[in-house]
Structures are given as structure tokens and as C-alpha cells.
Design a protein around this ligand. Structure first.
Ligand code: ADP
Ligand code: MG
Length: 247
């Protein structure tokens, strides 16, 4: 995988404080176009807070987030305009239960991108075909398995033509037999060149798909490297301990 080197997201000196708790403690990082950055670390280490800071779902207590060169933490920024270009997929699928799958996928493109219904539906059907779920277009979320719902949540984000996809433990709530189909779709996106930041405990995915792996602990990035370096030659004792528990 070649990375063209252009910076898409840059964070500088990011802090997030909840009451007494320093959830992010000085994180600086750059995500370049085409990178697949996997973020790992113990529970409570700040992974979700970091990811949510990238599109300002969490507003940093201190520090800056630049997206496509714009300081989106600055004043007078239309955050919604930038946020539209960052797809986000959570552990829980957040599909609208009273809307069909097709309506779920076309809602934002029609409302926010001002696409015609026809155009949005055409794209939605293409995406449904991509994941082999075209026959579910008129079904409701409750009629789908967890793995199907998560694949719909992913293509719903893709319908907005995002520049980057952010994933927060997208397979953690799934039954084990459904994890593979979601990881396969994510792998396909990565191979198609999508820029991705993925918080996950799926180390197989990290080894196979990541261009870079980041270890967070106590609100800081403690180590990072290519999958080969990261898993083959971890340096920080805390990372060694973390890996020894999960591998
Ligand atoms: P991770 O995703 O690595 O498990 P999080 O980013 O969710 O970690 O949380 C980091 C720390 O911040 C944890 O101690 C968590 O309890 C705390 N935290 C996260 N969100 C909030 C919030 N909205 N209010 C208070 N504390 C929070
Ligand atoms: Mg989390």
C-alpha cells in the first residue's frame, strides 16, 4: 500500500479533561491520506475520546484539530460541513429503527448533500450490492442480523462520500460468527484506498490491514509503528504487557 503522504487530519497537543480526569493528555498525531491507522490500548486509555475528538464529537479542552488544513477547533468554523466528510461507525449501529434500510442510507445524502432522491437511491443500491444486501433495501433494521446492521451502518457512512472513516470498536457488540463479514468489508475499503482510523481489539485485522498501529495508555500515545515492528518488537513495557494479555 502506498501512502501519498498528504496530511488529512492533524492533531496538536490535544487534551481532554472530564472533571478530575485527564482522558487525553497531550496527543499529537497526523493521519495521511490512504493510511489505515489502528488504535489499540487498555479500556479507559482514551481511544474513543481520541477518535471522537477527530470530528469534534468531543470538544478538546486544549489543543487543535486540523482537517484538510483547516483548524476545525477554531472559531467561526462550520463544523457540520467538515464532519460530513468524516464517516463514523460505532459499536452500536445507530440505524433509525422506524426507517427502511434504503431510507436509512439516503436520508443524509438527500438532506445534507442535497442529492435528488433518485440519485441517492441509485448510489444506495450500488452500495447495497457491494455488500450483497440489495434484497434488504425495504427491510427494517430489526429484520437484520447484527453483522448485516453493521455493514449497513458502514455503507450508510460511505453514501456521504467521506474523506475518512472512523471506526470505534465496530465488531465488539457482534456475535463471533458475524465479526468476519464486517472485518472483510473494512478490509475491502482499505484496499480501495479509504483513509481509516480504527479502534479495535481485532489484532488479526491490525496485523493484516493496518499501515500503522498506535498504542494508547493513560490518555497518551505511548508507542506506534508498522504492524511488523509493533507486534514483533514492542518497546514500551506497558505495550509488552498489553500484548502478552491479548495475544
Ligand atoms: P477507551 O475508549 O480507551 O476505553 P475512553 O476514551 O472511552 O477510553 O475513556 C477515557 C477515560 O475518560 C475513561 O476513564 C472514561 O471513563 C472517561 N470518560 C470518557 N467519556 C467521558 C465522559 N463523557 N464523562 C466523563 N468521563 C468520561
Ligand atoms: Mg472506547
Amino acid at each position: 500500500m502506498t501512502i501519498n503522504g498528504e496530511t488529512l487530519i492533524k492533531v496538536e497537543g490535544l487534551h481532554k479533561i472530564f472533571g478530575e480526569l485527564h482522558a487525553l493528555d497531550g496527543v499529537s498525531e497526523e493521519i495521511r491520506k490512504g493510511e489505515v491507522v489502528v488504535v489499540v490500548g487498555p479500556s479507559g486509555s482514551g481511544k474513543s475520546t481520541f477518535l471522537r475528538s477527530l470530528n469534534l464529537l468531543e470538544v478538546p479542552s486544549r489543543g487543535h484539530v486540523y482537517f484538510e488544513g483547516t483548524d476545525i477547533t477554531g472559531r467561526n468554523v462550520d463544523i457540520n460541513k467538515h464532519r460530513q466528510k468524516m464517516g463514523m461507525v460505532f459499536q452500536h449501529f445507530n440505524l433509525f429503527p422506524h426507517k427502511t434500510i434504503l431510507q436509512n442510507i439516503t436520508l443524509a445524502p438527500v438532506k445534507l448533500l442535497k442529492k435528488s432522491k433518485e440519485e441517492a437511491e441509485e448510489k444506495a443500491m450500488d452500495l447495497l450490492r457491494l455488500v450483497g444486501l440489495e434484497e434488504k433495501a425495504n427491510a427494517y433494521p430489526s429484520q437484520l442480523s447484527g453483522g448485516q446492521k453493521q455493514r449497513i451502518a458502514i455503507i450508510r457512512s460511505l453514501a456521504m462520500d467521506p474523506e475518512v472513516m472512523l471506526f470505534d470498536e465496530p465488531t465488539s457488540a457482534l456475535d463471533p460468527e458475524m465479526v468476519g463479514e464486517v472485518l472483510e468489508l473494512m478490509k475491502k475499503l482499505a484496499q480501495d484506498g479509504m483513509t481509516m482510523v480504527v479502534v479495535t481489539h481485532e489484532m488479526g485485522f491490525a496485523k493484516e490491514v493496518a499501515t500503522r498501529v498506535i498504542f494508547m495508555d493513560e490518555g497518551q500515545i505511548k508507542e506506534q509503528g508498522s504492524p511488523a515492528e509493533f507486534f514483533g518488537n514492542p518497546k514500551e513495557p506497558r505495550l509488552q504487557e498489553f500484548l502478552s494479555k491479548i495475544l
